[in-house]
Design a protein around this ligand. Structure first.
Ligand code: AMP
Length: 291
């Protein structure tokens, strides 16, 4: 595996790889099995795998955790190499933003709710950096985790609207054995917060089961159920708990049971904000296999 820090060097290195397919896994580093599952999938489907590690300042709001976001390049290099990454792109902030960026990509509607509402400017930062990375790497396929389901919806919309020649591959959420969704931010959790954070997965699994048994009479009732369950954990501070259509992320209408729904939550435990979700296929038959 080669670690590359400049755009020019990466473009040059990838030139000779373009007869085959290029798979791309964008990340902010501090790698865990969730990231590595994306690499595994990319390895299966592509000849060359590029991973980026870049903590993108543009997607962090004032007062968010940009400065204390966990970083460990040496560890990440070892994990990425063992997983079979061919090129690790690790640019500096000044390499990615040599001057103040006056151009940003704004995706409308799908960014209005959930994390788009509680983190203003976040998805413009994400869409902009992913656009830049797509222009730099020019991948055939790019791999994203469904833990960030709104991010997948935003990127798919952007790729569709702007005719990016790339296939977006959504991949299932990887969890700890006790159900907590893997996240680089989990290291912030105190043992007590870590224990109480399990309420999120427990609630989502309960939702899946009740959905299959058709126990909810409305989307509002479902959302209320989720809020009440999560609030049973004393340290849980709910940022949002919503039921929306997926991937448009709109309020479900009268035919809510026929629509593909997402139950999405963001919950603070102390200073740590965790997100998770479950997709429910229409008609209450079963949960979505991607989850
Ligand atoms: P991040 O480094 O948090 O920006 O994540 C980089 C990529 O890894 C994104 O596509 C995430 O959705 C994905 N990812 C993060 N956590 C998980 C997880 N637990 N399971 C699957 N994919 C994940």
């Amino acid at each position: 595996m080669k670690t590359i820090e400049t755009i020019h060097e990466l473009r040059t290195a990838l030139k000779s790889r373009r007869q085959g397919t290029i798979g791309f896994v964008p990340t902010m580093g501090y790698l865990h099995q969730g990231h590595l599952s994306l690499v595994e999938r990319a390895k299966q489907e592509c000849d060359t795998v590029v991973m980026s590690i870049f903590v993108n300042p543009l997607q962090f709001g004032p007062g968010e955790d940009l400065d204390r976001y966990p970083r460990d390049l040496k560890r990440d290099q070892a994990l990425a190499e063992a997983a079979g990454v061919d090129f690790l792109f690790h640019p500096s902030v000044s390499e990615m933003y040599p001057t103040e960026p006056l151009t940003q990509v704004h995706v409308e509607k799908v960014t209005e709710r959930l994390c788009g509402a509680s983190r203003p400017g976040h998805f413009a930062g994400v869409a902009t950096v992913v656009t830049k990375l797509f222009h730099i790497v020019a991948p055939d396929r790019a791999y994203f985790g469904m833990k960030d389901a709104q991010q997948v919806a935003v990127i798919e919309q952007m790729v569709h609207d702007l005719h990016f020649p790339v296939t977006i591959v959504p991949c299932p959420t990887v969890r700890e054995p006790d159900g907590l969704a893997l996240s680089s931010r989990n290291v912030y959790l105190s043992p007590e917060e870590r224990e109480q954070a399990l309420v999120i997965n427990r609630t989502l699994r309960e939702v899946e089961q009740k959905w299959t048994q058709e126990q909810f009479t409305s989307a509002d009732e479902l959302a209320q159920f989720v809020r009440e369950r999560i609030q049973t954990a004393p340290l849980a501070d709910i940022d949002y708990a919503e039921v929306l259509t997926y991937p448009r992320l709109e309020k479900p209408g009268a035919a809510w049971k026929e629509q593909r729904l997402i139950v999405a939550v963001a919950v603070r435990f102390g200073k740590t904000r965790l997100i998770d979700n479950v997709l429910l296929d229409g008609r209450g038959e079963k949960s979505c296999s991607e989850q």
